[in-house]
Write a protein that binds this ligand. Sequence first.
Ligand code: RIB
Length: 296
Amino acid sequence: MRVLNFGSLNLDYVYSVDHMVTPGETLASYSMNTFCGGKGLNQSIALAKAGVEVFHAGLIGEEGDLLLDTCKKGGVQVDYIRRVPGKSGHTIIQVDRNGQNCILLYGGANQSVTKEYVDEVLAHFEKGDLLLLQNEVNLLDYVIDRAYEKGMMIVLNPSPYNEKLEACDFGKISMFLLNEIEGAQVTGEEEPEKILEILKAKYPHAKVVLTLGKDGSIYQDQGKICRQGIYPVKTVDTTAAGDTFTGYFLSSIIRGMSVEAGLRLAAKASSIAVSRKGAAPSIPEREEVEQALKGD
Ligand code: RIB
């Protein structure tokens, strides 16, 4: 089984602030860093660091060399990444003293996906291969339809949630990985149990991993439910914690681990990511995660 992640690559411009800037306020930041990120890139790097061979497809702009190099150095297969005219995707991220963030996203090259490019990439994959998607590239509905026709297993992290997802046929998704905010946006319910109930009723064949911040995560597959708590750490920067969880949990499924062990691995990996600055640079290697689990 080959693994394809069709997703965004962003330059993250990260500003450390006392508090999130409010309307009309001018706020001085006390440090600024540029990191590689994008939900797509982060999840590919998490998969690769977890030991999975992953092919990334996505678009970078004229100044996207750092994104490409970061993927290569992170062990991601980059043959299907293309460069297009214009700017790469980027974000402006504020991180406050509690490590919480808020993110302003500019899609840039990530929004220039064409049907021809999708067809060209998918031609290299076949029935039984796994496709991972987030919602930071355009034509997601087209990618889902074509991949489903081929018989690929489609895993969706519907993040960030917006109206474009309404064009997608969620009945074609084999697994959803989402947080409680996205869960509420998809189902209209706030309570985790209700979110899971609605997802099960609407998409009975889909597995679901619902992450709940400090309350951990819940896995649901038809009648089966597994729960996992968090590993508390001092929060430095939550950016990419969810992406780390997604990549690591998916790696556990691909490697045939039990759901319980996979949730544990993912929770530990994301706790390490939260204790470090930046998106891609905060994602730990598998060996470090396994060592840390042994210490618990
Ligand atoms: O999930 C974190 C990511 O979201 C950041 O790296 C940023 O680029 C945004 O896409």
